[in-house]
Design a protein around this ligand. Structure first.
Ligand code: TXA
Ligand code: MG
Length: 320
Protein backbone atom coordinates (compact mmCIF):
# COMPACT_ATOMS: atom_id res chain seq x y z
CA UNK A 1 0.00 0.00 0.00
CA UNK A 2 2.78 2.43 0.97
CA UNK A 3 3.69 4.89 -1.71
CA UNK A 4 1.02 3.68 -4.10
CA UNK A 5 0.63 5.93 -7.13
CA UNK A 6 -3.05 6.37 -7.91
CA UNK A 7 -4.88 8.54 -10.46
CA UNK A 8 -5.98 11.87 -9.02
CA UNK A 9 -9.68 11.26 -9.71
CA UNK A 10 -12.64 12.11 -7.44
CA UNK A 11 -12.69 8.68 -5.75
CA UNK A 12 -9.01 8.69 -4.84
CA UNK A 13 -9.11 12.32 -3.76
CA UNK A 14 -11.99 11.47 -1.40
CA UNK A 15 -9.96 8.55 -0.05
CA UNK A 16 -6.91 10.81 0.33
CA UNK A 17 -9.02 13.35 2.24
CA UNK A 18 -9.98 10.63 4.73
CA UNK A 19 -6.35 9.60 5.08
CA UNK A 20 -5.33 13.21 5.79
CA UNK A 21 -8.03 13.44 8.46
CA UNK A 22 -6.68 10.32 10.09
CA UNK A 23 -3.15 11.77 10.25
CA UNK A 24 -1.52 10.13 7.20
CA UNK A 25 0.79 11.77 4.65
CA UNK A 26 -0.45 12.18 1.07
CA UNK A 27 1.63 13.43 -1.87
CA UNK A 28 -0.20 15.57 -4.42
CA UNK A 29 0.55 17.75 -7.43
CA UNK A 30 0.28 21.52 -7.41
CA UNK A 31 0.88 23.96 -10.27
CA UNK A 32 4.48 24.41 -9.02
CA UNK A 33 5.88 21.10 -7.71
CA UNK A 34 4.50 18.05 -5.89
CA UNK A 35 3.83 18.49 -2.18
CA UNK A 36 3.95 16.01 0.70
CA UNK A 37 0.88 16.97 2.69
CA UNK A 38 -0.54 16.44 6.15
CA UNK A 39 -3.26 17.96 8.32
CA UNK A 40 -1.58 21.19 9.49
CA UNK A 41 -3.55 21.12 12.75
CA UNK A 42 -2.22 17.65 13.69
CA UNK A 43 1.22 18.00 15.30
CA UNK A 44 2.14 14.33 14.98
CA UNK A 45 1.20 14.21 11.31
CA UNK A 46 3.35 17.31 10.76
CA UNK A 47 6.22 15.67 12.66
CA UNK A 48 5.98 12.73 10.24
CA UNK A 49 6.57 15.13 7.34
CA UNK A 50 9.92 16.14 8.86
CA UNK A 51 10.72 12.49 9.46
CA UNK A 52 9.90 11.65 5.83
CA UNK A 53 11.99 14.52 4.46
CA UNK A 54 14.97 13.43 6.55
CA UNK A 55 15.84 16.99 7.48
CA UNK A 56 18.37 17.44 10.28
CA UNK A 57 16.57 20.65 11.31
CA UNK A 58 13.00 21.92 11.57
CA UNK A 59 12.30 24.29 8.70
CA UNK A 60 8.93 26.05 8.68
CA UNK A 61 6.40 24.59 6.22
CA UNK A 62 3.88 26.15 3.84
CA UNK A 63 0.21 25.80 4.75
CA UNK A 64 -2.11 25.32 1.79
CA UNK A 65 -5.64 26.75 2.00
CA UNK A 66 -8.57 27.20 -0.39
CA UNK A 67 -9.33 30.86 0.12
CA UNK A 68 -8.31 34.02 1.94
CA UNK A 69 -11.34 33.40 4.16
CA UNK A 70 -9.66 30.25 5.54
CA UNK A 71 -6.23 31.92 5.62
CA UNK A 72 -7.30 34.80 7.89
CA UNK A 73 -8.17 32.34 10.67
CA UNK A 74 -4.56 31.14 10.58
CA UNK A 75 -2.63 34.35 9.83
CA UNK A 76 -3.02 38.11 10.16
CA UNK A 77 -3.22 39.81 6.77
CA UNK A 78 -2.30 43.48 6.53
CA UNK A 79 -3.88 45.60 3.78
CA UNK A 80 -0.70 44.99 1.72
CA UNK A 81 -0.95 41.21 2.25
CA UNK A 82 -4.59 41.34 1.18
CA UNK A 83 -3.69 43.26 -1.96
CA UNK A 84 -1.17 40.58 -2.90
CA UNK A 85 -3.67 37.76 -2.36
CA UNK A 86 -6.29 39.60 -4.41
CA UNK A 87 -3.81 39.89 -7.26
CA UNK A 88 -2.21 36.43 -7.14
CA UNK A 89 -4.37 33.90 -5.28
CA UNK A 90 -4.95 31.17 -6.16
CA UNK A 91 -1.42 30.86 -7.52
CA UNK A 92 2.31 30.42 -6.88
CA UNK A 93 2.62 33.12 -4.20
CA UNK A 94 3.30 32.12 -0.58
CA UNK A 95 2.81 34.83 2.04
CA UNK A 96 4.55 34.75 5.41
CA UNK A 97 2.36 36.60 7.92
CA UNK A 98 2.04 36.75 11.74
CA UNK A 99 0.14 33.82 13.26
CA UNK A 100 -3.37 34.94 14.20
CA UNK A 101 -4.81 34.59 17.71
CA UNK A 102 -7.28 32.09 16.19
CA UNK A 103 -4.47 30.02 14.59
CA UNK A 104 -5.09 26.30 15.09
CA UNK A 105 -2.11 25.19 13.02
CA UNK A 106 0.58 23.19 14.87
CA UNK A 107 3.53 25.18 16.29
CA UNK A 108 5.77 22.71 14.48
CA UNK A 109 4.54 24.02 11.09
CA UNK A 110 6.01 27.42 12.02
CA UNK A 111 9.09 25.74 13.57
CA UNK A 112 8.32 27.78 16.68
CA UNK A 113 8.25 31.13 14.83
CA UNK A 114 5.47 33.66 15.48
CA UNK A 115 4.74 33.62 11.73
CA UNK A 116 3.11 31.22 9.27
CA UNK A 117 3.48 30.76 5.49
CA UNK A 118 0.24 30.44 3.51
CA UNK A 119 -0.64 29.79 -0.10
CA UNK A 120 -3.72 28.93 -2.12
CA UNK A 121 -2.73 26.50 -4.90
CA UNK A 122 -4.09 27.01 -8.40
CA UNK A 123 -4.56 23.33 -9.29
CA UNK A 124 -7.76 21.26 -9.23
CA UNK A 125 -6.22 18.32 -7.29
CA UNK A 126 -5.05 20.12 -4.13
CA UNK A 127 -8.19 22.26 -4.22
CA UNK A 128 -10.42 19.17 -4.28
CA UNK A 129 -8.23 17.58 -1.59
CA UNK A 130 -8.56 20.68 0.61
CA UNK A 131 -12.36 20.48 0.24
CA UNK A 132 -12.40 16.78 1.11
CA UNK A 133 -9.99 17.03 4.05
CA UNK A 134 -11.67 20.19 5.41
CA UNK A 135 -8.32 20.99 7.02
CA UNK A 136 -5.45 23.30 6.07
CA UNK A 137 -2.66 21.21 4.53
CA UNK A 138 0.97 21.60 5.59
CA UNK A 139 3.04 20.57 2.59
CA UNK A 140 6.68 21.06 1.71
CA UNK A 141 8.00 19.95 -1.66
CA UNK A 142 7.78 16.13 -1.88
CA UNK A 143 11.50 15.38 -1.97
CA UNK A 144 14.08 14.25 0.52
CA UNK A 145 16.07 17.03 2.15
CA UNK A 146 18.82 18.22 -0.22
CA UNK A 147 17.23 16.65 -3.30
CA UNK A 148 15.53 18.64 -6.03
CA UNK A 149 11.77 19.18 -5.88
CA UNK A 150 9.66 16.49 -7.56
CA UNK A 151 7.61 17.50 -10.59
CA UNK A 152 5.98 14.14 -11.34
CA UNK A 153 4.39 11.32 -9.35
CA UNK A 154 7.23 9.00 -10.44
CA UNK A 155 9.83 11.40 -9.02
CA UNK A 156 7.94 11.47 -5.72
CA UNK A 157 7.77 7.67 -5.63
CA UNK A 158 11.48 7.33 -6.34
CA UNK A 159 12.49 9.88 -3.71
CA UNK A 160 10.10 9.51 -0.76
CA UNK A 161 7.53 7.05 -2.08
CA UNK A 162 7.58 4.76 0.92
CA UNK A 163 6.81 7.68 3.26
CA UNK A 164 3.48 8.69 1.73
CA UNK A 165 0.36 6.60 2.27
CA UNK A 166 -0.75 7.62 -1.20
CA UNK A 167 0.66 9.54 -4.17
CA UNK A 168 -2.01 11.30 -6.22
CA UNK A 169 -0.84 11.33 -9.83
CA UNK A 170 -1.88 14.49 -11.63
CA UNK A 171 0.76 14.26 -14.34
CA UNK A 172 3.80 16.52 -14.59
CA UNK A 173 3.43 19.91 -12.92
CA UNK A 174 3.01 22.87 -15.26
CA UNK A 175 5.27 25.49 -13.64
CA UNK A 176 7.94 23.14 -12.29
CA UNK A 177 9.44 25.76 -10.00
CA UNK A 178 8.41 26.39 -6.38
CA UNK A 179 6.20 29.28 -5.34
CA UNK A 180 7.63 32.73 -4.66
CA UNK A 181 7.78 33.38 -0.90
CA UNK A 182 7.11 36.94 0.33
CA UNK A 183 7.07 38.02 3.96
CA UNK A 184 4.46 40.61 4.90
CA UNK A 185 5.21 40.73 8.60
CA UNK A 186 6.62 44.22 8.75
CA UNK A 187 5.29 47.17 6.78
CA UNK A 188 7.38 46.53 3.67
CA UNK A 189 7.09 43.13 1.94
CA UNK A 190 10.35 41.15 1.73
CA UNK A 191 11.20 38.61 -0.98
CA UNK A 192 12.33 35.48 0.93
CA UNK A 193 12.49 33.05 -2.01
CA UNK A 194 12.28 33.85 -5.72
CA UNK A 195 9.98 31.41 -7.49
CA UNK A 196 7.33 30.90 -10.14
CA UNK A 197 5.68 34.27 -9.65
CA UNK A 198 7.99 36.94 -11.04
CA UNK A 199 9.37 39.80 -9.01
CA UNK A 200 8.15 42.17 -11.72
CA UNK A 201 4.56 41.00 -11.28
CA UNK A 202 4.78 41.51 -7.51
CA UNK A 203 6.40 44.92 -7.87
CA UNK A 204 3.59 45.95 -10.21
CA UNK A 205 1.12 45.41 -7.37
CA UNK A 206 3.30 46.85 -4.59
CA UNK A 207 3.99 49.89 -6.74
CA UNK A 208 7.74 49.86 -6.15
CA UNK A 209 10.80 47.72 -5.66
CA UNK A 210 10.48 44.77 -3.25
CA UNK A 211 13.12 44.46 -0.51
CA UNK A 212 15.34 41.37 -1.02
CA UNK A 213 16.01 38.94 1.81
CA UNK A 214 19.69 39.95 1.98
CA UNK A 215 18.71 43.58 2.54
CA UNK A 216 16.23 42.86 5.32
CA UNK A 217 17.22 42.41 8.96
CA UNK A 218 19.33 39.41 9.98
CA UNK A 219 16.24 37.78 11.51
CA UNK A 220 15.06 36.83 8.04
CA UNK A 221 18.28 35.84 6.32
CA UNK A 222 18.35 32.05 6.43
CA UNK A 223 16.14 29.17 7.43
CA UNK A 224 18.78 28.11 9.95
CA UNK A 225 18.73 31.49 11.61
CA UNK A 226 14.99 31.55 11.27
CA UNK A 227 14.79 28.57 13.54
CA UNK A 228 16.80 30.32 16.23
CA UNK A 229 14.44 33.29 16.21
CA UNK A 230 12.34 31.95 19.05
CA UNK A 231 14.48 31.35 22.08
CA UNK A 232 13.09 31.00 25.60
CA UNK A 233 13.86 33.74 28.14
CA UNK A 234 14.85 31.03 30.58
CA UNK A 235 18.28 29.47 30.35
CA UNK A 236 18.14 26.01 28.80
CA UNK A 237 20.37 23.31 30.25
CA UNK A 238 20.89 20.36 27.87
CA UNK A 239 21.43 16.65 28.63
CA UNK A 240 20.35 17.14 32.22
CA UNK A 241 20.06 13.99 34.32
CA UNK A 242 18.97 15.82 37.44
CA UNK A 243 17.48 19.19 38.34
CA UNK A 244 16.84 21.64 41.14
CA UNK A 245 13.26 22.02 42.43
CA UNK A 246 13.17 25.62 41.16
CA UNK A 247 13.98 24.54 37.61
CA UNK A 248 11.42 23.69 34.93
CA UNK A 249 11.94 20.30 33.28
CA UNK A 250 11.60 19.25 29.66
CA UNK A 251 11.71 15.47 29.87
CA UNK A 252 11.78 12.70 27.27
CA UNK A 253 11.04 9.01 27.76
CA UNK A 254 11.20 7.10 31.02
CA UNK A 255 12.09 9.96 33.37
CA UNK A 256 10.61 9.74 36.82
CA UNK A 257 8.89 12.89 37.97
CA UNK A 258 10.54 14.62 40.91
CA UNK A 259 9.71 18.02 42.39
CA UNK A 260 10.24 20.78 39.83
CA UNK A 261 8.93 24.27 39.14
CA UNK A 262 7.12 22.83 36.12
CA UNK A 263 7.41 19.48 34.35
CA UNK A 264 6.54 18.38 30.82
CA UNK A 265 7.41 15.02 29.30
CA UNK A 266 7.53 15.26 25.50
CA UNK A 267 6.81 11.54 25.21
CA UNK A 268 6.77 9.16 28.15
CA UNK A 269 6.98 6.22 25.73
CA UNK A 270 10.07 7.67 24.03
CA UNK A 271 8.31 8.29 20.71
CA UNK A 272 10.23 10.92 18.69
CA UNK A 273 7.23 11.78 16.48
CA UNK A 274 5.12 12.56 19.55
CA UNK A 275 8.03 14.52 21.06
CA UNK A 276 8.54 16.64 17.94
CA UNK A 277 4.82 17.41 17.80
CA UNK A 278 4.90 18.86 21.34
CA UNK A 279 8.36 20.44 21.40
CA UNK A 280 7.60 24.09 20.62
CA UNK A 281 4.43 24.31 22.69
CA UNK A 282 6.28 22.69 25.63
CA UNK A 283 9.15 25.21 25.41
CA UNK A 284 6.67 28.07 25.45
CA UNK A 285 4.73 26.67 28.38
CA UNK A 286 7.84 26.02 30.47
CA UNK A 287 9.19 29.48 29.66
CA UNK A 288 5.86 31.03 30.67
CA UNK A 289 6.04 29.18 34.01
CA UNK A 290 8.55 31.84 35.07
CA UNK A 291 11.37 29.42 35.89
CA UNK A 292 14.83 30.95 35.38
CA UNK A 293 16.21 27.68 34.06
CA UNK A 294 14.83 24.78 32.04
CA UNK A 295 16.57 21.41 32.39
CA UNK A 296 16.17 19.23 29.27
CA UNK A 297 16.81 15.50 29.65
CA UNK A 298 18.63 13.72 26.79
CA UNK A 299 16.85 12.97 23.51
CA UNK A 300 18.45 10.24 21.33
CA UNK A 301 20.16 11.69 18.22
CA UNK A 302 18.49 9.30 15.76
CA UNK A 303 15.64 9.97 13.29
CA UNK A 304 13.64 13.05 14.32
CA UNK A 305 15.87 13.25 17.40
CA UNK A 306 18.48 15.00 15.26
CA UNK A 307 16.11 17.88 14.48
CA UNK A 308 14.83 18.00 18.07
CA UNK A 309 18.40 18.24 19.40
CA UNK A 310 19.26 20.87 16.79
CA UNK A 311 16.33 22.98 17.98
CA UNK A 312 17.23 22.51 21.65
CA UNK A 313 20.84 23.50 20.99
CA UNK A 314 19.71 26.69 19.26
CA UNK A 315 17.37 27.50 22.12
CA UNK A 316 20.24 26.93 24.57
CA UNK A 317 22.72 29.10 22.67
CA UNK A 318 23.63 32.45 24.25
CA UNK A 319 21.53 35.30 22.88
CA UNK A 320 23.31 37.55 20.41
O1 TXA B 1 5.65 25.64 -4.60
C1 TXA B 1 5.77 25.47 -3.39
O2 TXA B 1 5.89 26.40 -2.60
C2 TXA B 1 5.79 24.02 -2.90
C3 TXA B 1 4.38 23.44 -3.12
C4 TXA B 1 4.25 22.04 -2.62
O3 TXA B 1 3.43 24.27 -2.51
N1 TXA B 1 6.16 23.95 -1.52
C5 TXA B 1 7.43 24.21 -1.09
O4 TXA B 1 7.62 24.04 0.27
O5 TXA B 1 8.33 24.56 -1.82
P1 TXA B 1 9.06 23.95 0.98
O6 TXA B 1 8.80 23.51 2.39
O7 TXA B 1 9.97 23.10 0.19
O8 TXA B 1 9.54 25.43 1.03
C6 TXA B 1 8.95 26.33 1.96
C7 TXA B 1 9.72 27.62 2.00
C8 TXA B 1 11.06 27.42 2.70
O9 TXA B 1 12.04 28.19 2.04
C9 TXA B 1 10.77 27.96 4.10
O10 TXA B 1 11.92 28.43 4.75
C10 TXA B 1 9.77 29.08 3.80
O11 TXA B 1 8.99 28.58 2.75
N2 TXA B 1 8.91 29.35 4.97
C11 TXA B 1 7.88 28.62 5.43
N3 TXA B 1 7.35 29.16 6.55
C12 TXA B 1 8.06 30.26 6.81
C13 TXA B 1 8.02 31.25 7.84
N4 TXA B 1 7.12 31.20 8.83
N5 TXA B 1 8.92 32.25 7.79
C14 TXA B 1 9.83 32.31 6.78
N6 TXA B 1 9.92 31.41 5.78
C15 TXA B 1 9.06 30.40 5.79
MG1 MG C 1 11.62 22.31 -0.82
Amino acid sequence: MQGRIVPANAEWIAEAGQMIRSGALVAFPTETVYGLGADATNGEAVARIFEAKGRPTFNPLIVHVLELEQAVIIGTFSPMARRLTEAFWPGPLTLVVPRAATCDVSDLVSAGLPTVALRSPNHPVPRALLSEARRPLAAPSANRSGHVSATSAEHVAADIGNKAALILDGGPTTLGLESTVVSVVDEAPVLLRPGSLTVEAIEGVIGGRIVRREEAGTHLTSPGQLASHYAPRARLRLNAHDWEPEEAVLAFGAVSERPAHAFINLSTSGDLVEAAAHLFAALRTLDASGAKSIAATPVPPTGLGEAINDRLKRAAAPRS
